[in-house]
Design a protein around this ligand. Structure first.
Ligand code: BTN
Length: 266
């Protein structure tokens, strides 16, 4: 079944999210199209949905590989009253909403890996790419791009075979993309309400509750440097805090984290 605007809208109770929906069978990247639409004045909450992308963008100039017609490839336009340094909260409410929606449709306990991946059984099921445009520290628009492997078999791509999974792969069952997407949008609307009310600590707390790295020894590659230490959480700007083996605390603003063997209990 297609992820068509009509099906997405049916019974959806959100007021901001999905204010308008732009649907494409094929495009280069939903984030790129979202940026064009946002700069032309598309409404807050506008969704850009595609069945397939020619050049899906991942973080750090990577490509996002996704089998056409099987997954969720979408970008959401926000016009939040946030400082540029707080954009991370949009990514947080997205990862939280995705984890909750996955649990509701599949029963699987999804976990979030800093900064913005959603994992199922230690493999990546979803990536989020948030991009924004700002002027004088105020956000003009922010685009939250979401790629979820739903009914695909990511092992068709040798590059990601060992690290990626899909909901189908973990459950053996096809699930409705429309249902998953609607749940995700409802949670995201609720999370966005929290964000607008300034409930940042509450969002962080909920996010920490689903953190894959909690209590673990982690390895982070940041600007070509490797740091290892125990995960201590994230700070109010979304930076990762680790404590290295000498007991020193380190703050890492961006990077790729992975689990090292062992946890805090030994
Ligand atoms: C990552 O894990 O590196 C982020 C991946 C983000 C992929 C999604 S797919 C929909 C949206 N459009 C894009 O071009 N990228 C994001």
């Amino acid at each position: 079944m297609e992820l068509s605007p009509l099906l997405i809208k049916r019974g959806l109770k959100t007021k901001v999210l999905a204010s308008e929906i732009f649907y494409y069978s094929l495009l280069n990247s939903t984030n790129e199209t979202a940026k064009e639409l946002a700069s032309k004045g598309a409404k807050e909450g506008a969704l850009i949905v595609a069945e397939e992308q020619r050049r899906g963008k991942g973080r750090r100039e990577r490509v996002w590989l996704s089998e056409g017609g099987k997954n969720i490839l979408a970008s959401i336009i926000f016009r939040p009253q946030l400082e540029a340094g707080q954009v991370f909260y949009l990514t947080m409410i997205a990862s939280l909403s995705i984890a909750k929606a996955i649990k509701e449709v599949s029963g699987l306990e999804a976990r979030i890996k800093w900064p913005n991946d959603v994992y199922l059984n230690d493999k990546k099921v979803c990536g989020i790419l948030t991009e924004f445009s700002f002027q004088k520290e105020k956000i003009n628009y922010a685009i939250v791009g979401i790629g979820i492997n739903v009914n695909s078999d990511p092992s068709i791509y040798p590059e990601i075979r060992s690290r990626a999974t899909s909901i189908l792969k973990e459950t053996g069952k096809e699930i409705s993309r429309v249902e998953l997407f609607k749940l995700l949008l409802s949670h995201m609307e609720e999370g966005y309400g929290f964000l607008q009310k300034g409930k940042l600590a509450e969002i962080r707390e909920e996010w920490e509750g689903l953190s894959l790295l909690k209590g673990k020894m982690v390895k982070v590659v940041s600007n070509g440097e490797v740091e290892k230490g125990f995960y201590k959480g994230i700070d109010e700007n979304g930076a990762l805090i680790i404590q290295d083996l000498k007991g020193e605390r380190k703050r890492i603003v961006s990077g790729d984290a992975s689990l090292e063997l062992g946890d805090e209990d030994g």
